[in-house]
Design a protein around this ligand. Structure first.
Ligand code: GLC
Length: 478
């Protein structure tokens, strides 16, 4: 049985801000469920990890981590969940803060975290077959293994995978802190260097035995300048070790039949609950309680790469010209928050802008939604289109990254309906509007809608297939 150690900055349900947390919270359990891997996960013990989780933890060890001249306390706690061992790195100075990220010393915080992970392996005498690091916050484990730990007993045969969840965030720092914070020296200068700065993601790509990303399409896209945020040369050079494996979603947590967060349950063949969920949501946010109007939604971080600039170009006319309702859930860039609040003020009977983020509320909205808009400019994988599909909403997406791999365009072949959503190729407001109106027209044709929505809900976005692909990748590393 292969021993796999996952390293990452967040994991559901302990502490998470985005898709990385969903994946770290569900892929390890899916791998463990195959019976073919012993999976452990290590993450920081943030202030956000609740008391009830802490009560279930056991202290494994306490030691000191040396990071350059610093000597920092490190506590290791563990708990078992869904067949997976979770380790938590405890250091209140670094992790007892009001948020997970966004501090001036994030570079130092995650350098400490990565060094602590290396020491954890040594102290617990646990050497995995594969160290699997996720995103820039975990990148230094791969670097430390190769540059600092390789010759120590136990580390010689540890293989490495580095997964890119979003290439936009690379971990870039000034070279003045190479020794002082990252504990590396001049020998590592060229390995760490990109564009005159330290680049943690680039260094991990160089060092890892395999590099993966979260969809096959994104694995191709990041070899080009349009998507790679400067790292295309590096990925092109390492193309032979690069692959893309589509994420899945947790089918137990996202289960419209048994979801305690939603008003009424439903399945592909028993859809009455979904109509109730819609009425309940309309009531909750004070929109007219109408079954016959399609409810559109956007649930997203309000950032431009999520496609919000093309949304802002067409949303006014889309709402003005169609009998629709629209709910937006998310926060982010001020200009988009303002846009949606202004739209709501202009169309109080049609639009609700909920400038916040709340997981249970998001599930109630997915359950109520008829048409889900996700026109991302780039999207490594995207999970929302999968969640929306499972909750019976018709996705309208741009053909990029994981959206391209997961949503196939609607078309009719005689009596047969093909595809599982509406898609468009160019990053254009006109195309987004046109495809959204096509989805509205289909929704307004009840016989077609019934068949199509059922087909969408039955698309398999569970982890089964992808977990197998991860196992194959691990097995393939010499
Ligand atoms: C990042 C990506 C998103 C992906 C998620 C999980 O949040 O932006 O597309 O689904 O990671 O891999």
């Amino acid at each position: 049985m292969k021993k796999i150690l996952y390293v990452g900055a967040e994991a559901m349900p302990f502490a998470a801000t985005g898709g990385l947390g969903d994946v770290m919270g569900s892929l390890p359990a899916a791998l463990a469920a195959t019976g073919e891997a012993d999976v452990r996960v290590v993450m920081p013990l943030y202030a956000a990890v609740s008391e009830s989780w802490r009560r279930q933890m056991k202290q494994e060890d306490v030691f000191t981590v040396n990071l350059a001249w610093r000597q920092q306390y490190c506590g290791v706690y563990s708990l078992q969940k869904d067949g997976v061992t979770y380790y938590f790195i405890d250091n209140e100075y670094y992790f007892k803060r009001p948020a997970l990220y966004g501090f001036f010393d994030d570079g130092e915080r995650y350098a400490y975290f990565c060094m602590a992970v290396m020491e954890l392996m040594k102290r617990l005498d646990y050497y995995p077959d594969v160290l699997h690091a996720h995103d820039w916050q975990a990148a230094l484990t791969v670097v430390y293994l190769n540059c600092l730990y390789r010759s120590l007993p136990g580390f010689a045969d540890v293989r490495t995978v580095f997964t890119i969840h979003n290439i936009e965030y690379q971990g870039c720092y000034d070279f003045s802190i190479l020794g002082d914070v990252f504990s590396l020296g001049e020998n590592e200068h060229s390995l760490m260097e990109h564009d005159g700065c330290i680049n943690l993601m680039k260094a991990a790509i160089e060092c890892a035995d395999r590099v993966s990303t979260v969809s096959p399409r994104y694995a191709e896209e990041i070899r080009s300048a349009e998507y790679a945020h400067g790292l295309e040369y590096c990925l092109e050079r390492h193309a032979n070790k690069l692959c893309g494996i589509l994420n899945g979603i947790d089918y137990t947590y996202y289960d419209p039949e048994n979801d305690p967060a939603i008003f009424a349950g439903f399945t592909p063949t028993r859809m009455a609950g979904k109509a109730k969920d819609k009425l309940a949501m309309q009531k909750e946010v004070g929109l007219p309680e109408r079954k016959d109007v399609p409810l559109l939604s956007i649930i997203s971080r309000l950032a431009s790469h999520k496609g919000l600039d093309i949304v802002s170009e067409c949303i006014w006319s889309l709402v003005a010209e169609n009998d629709v309702q629209l709910i937006i859930l998310g926060k982010g860039e001020e200009r988009y928050e303002q846009l949606f609040l202004t739209l709501q003020a202009a169309y109080p009977d049609k639009v609700r802008a909920l400038i916040t983020y709340d997981r249970d509320l998001s599930k109630r909205i997915y359950a109520a939604t008829d048409i889900f808009l996700m026109p991302s400019k780039s999207e490594p994988c995207g999970l929302s289109q999968m969640i929306a599909s499972r909750y019976g909403a018709i996705p309208v997406v741009r053909e990029t990254g994981g959206l391209y791999d997961s949503i196939k365009p609607y078309w009719q072949d005689g009596d047969k309906i093909c595809g599982n959503g509406f898609t468009f190729a160019n990053y254009s407001a006109a195309e987004l509007k046109e495809r959204t109106e096509a989805a509205i027209a289909l929704w307004n044709t009840p016989t077609l809608r019934k068949k199509f929505v059922k087909q969408i809900m039955q698309t398999d976005f569970s982890w089964g297939v992808s977990a197998q692909k991860y196992l194959e990748m691990y097995a393939g590393i010499e």
